[in-house]
Design a protein around this ligand. Structure first.
Ligand SMILES: *[C@@H]1O[C@H](CO)[C@@H](O)[C@H](O)[C@H]1NC(C)=O
Ligand SMILES: *[C@@H]1O[C@H](CO)[C@@H](O)[C@H](O)[C@H]1NC(C)=O
Ligand SMILES: *[C@@H]1O[C@H](CO)[C@@H](O)[C@H](O)[C@H]1NC(C)=O
Length: 318
């Protein structure tokens, strides 16, 4: 059976003929168009055609036949190139000679991983509340006006919102969960969890850790006091997504990851943490850049912690 794609949005309509089970089916695809742009960063071209007959429509058909999700086309140079990536996994640059065509996404995927949450630092929108905001989602399908910068893990400086998948409200058949910490366009830390038999909060538990940049220490579960998404949230501090050691006061306490949500942290305000690390706003993604625990404390005996730019949570399904 061939599943036909119907997109009720404006763009370039392309029909291609596909032969399946000795029947010819006309498949319609609608590409969204972004004029005056071309793919520049991180696109892997999987095909290119050029010549006087290569129109925008021909380019769309070329892409459609090879089941590609993204192309760019220059009407000036009559060049068409198609790409392996989805539109959110590349960067576009302004160029008046080019236009970009892409298929809208239902889910945001990177290889076998499906993005279920992406947290952007310092945008004044609480992390935990967004995670728990049942019924609100940005995918299935991804809205056409949702900023691609908030779906990718590089070139995200213009991102102004968190991403929340509908999968959080339907946490079934989850195999693994992968939490990734992003800074300066690079993954700087991760934890992989066994998501089997968990719910949308309980996967985040030291008992479920399969692998991590901090694995050899996290594996020693006696070190950890609190590991919870909800964390500890009070008037003076609000720490979420907490992978945290024993509470021994601001100057010496340590952690692997925590998201400072909602309010500036008491320890920071009391100057018991190293100066100049203070984030501009919440949420702030604090993490250990070392292979072990870290701390902001002025009397710490472990490496200095740092703040990240973004945090992403992906899942695979059984
Ligand atoms: C960010 O990454 C780039 C490219 O890898 C590197 O040249 C630059 O020094 C990094 N910046 C910081 C602040 O780490
Ligand atoms: C994940 O957890 C399930 C249920 O507890 C268990 O059966 C399975 O062996 C675990 N998988 C891994 C890779 O640890
Ligand atoms: C992690 O813990 C398990 C169970 O306690 C143990 O079998 C394993 O050797 C540990 N791995 C490391 C790298 O410490």
């Amino acid at each position: 059976m061939m599943r036909l794609k119907h997109w009720l949005t404006l763009g370039l309509l392309v029909t291609t003929e596909v032969t399946l089970c000795s029947a010819t089916i006309t498949q319609s695809m609608l590409f969204m168009l972004k004029q005056g742009h071309r793919v520049t960063v991180r696109g892997t071209a999987i095909g290119q055609i050029s010549g006087p007959d290569v129109t925008l429509h021909v380019c769309g058909m070329f892409c459609g036949k090879l089941d590609c999700k993204l192309f760019h086309y220059s009407s000036v140079n009559k060049i068409c190139a198609i790409f392996a990536e989805a539109y959110y996994a590349v960067s576009l640059s302004p160029d008046p000679d080019w236009e970009v065509g892409y298929t809208p996404a239902s889910l945001v995927t990177f290889q076998k991983w499906t993005l279920v949450f992406r947290l952007q630092k310092e945008i004044y929108v609480p992390a935990y509340q967004t995670w728990m905001d049942t019924g609100t989602s940005n995918d299935n399908p991804v809205q056409n006006n949702f900023p691609p910068a908030c779906l990718r893990m590089f070139d995200y400086g213009s991102c102004d919102r968190h991403f929340r998948s509908h999968i959080l409200d339907n946490w079934n058949g989850i195999d693994k969960v992968y939490l990734s910490v992003i800074k300066n366009d690079t993954e700087v830390a991760y934890i992989m969890f066994n998501g089997s038999g968990t719910d949308m909060q309980s996967w985040f538990d030291k008992a479920n850790v399969i692998d991590s940049t901090w694995f050899s220490e996290i594996n020693d579960t006696s070190l950890l006091k609190t590991t919870r998404i909800k964390g500890i949230c009070m008037k003076q501090f609000c720490r979420r997504f907490l992978f945290y050691g024993p509470y021994v006061g601001c100057p010496t306490e340590w952690f692997y990851i925590m998201v400072q949500d909602f309010v500036p942290d008491l320890c920071e305000k009391n100057l018991k943490w190293v100066p100049n690390t203070a984030p501009k706003a919440e949420p702030a993604i604090a993490y250990s850049p070392a292979s072990s625990r870290a701390s902001f404390g002025v009397d710490r005996d472990v490496p200095l912690a740092d703040f990240a730019d973004a945090m992403a949570v992906y899942v695979t399904f059984t």
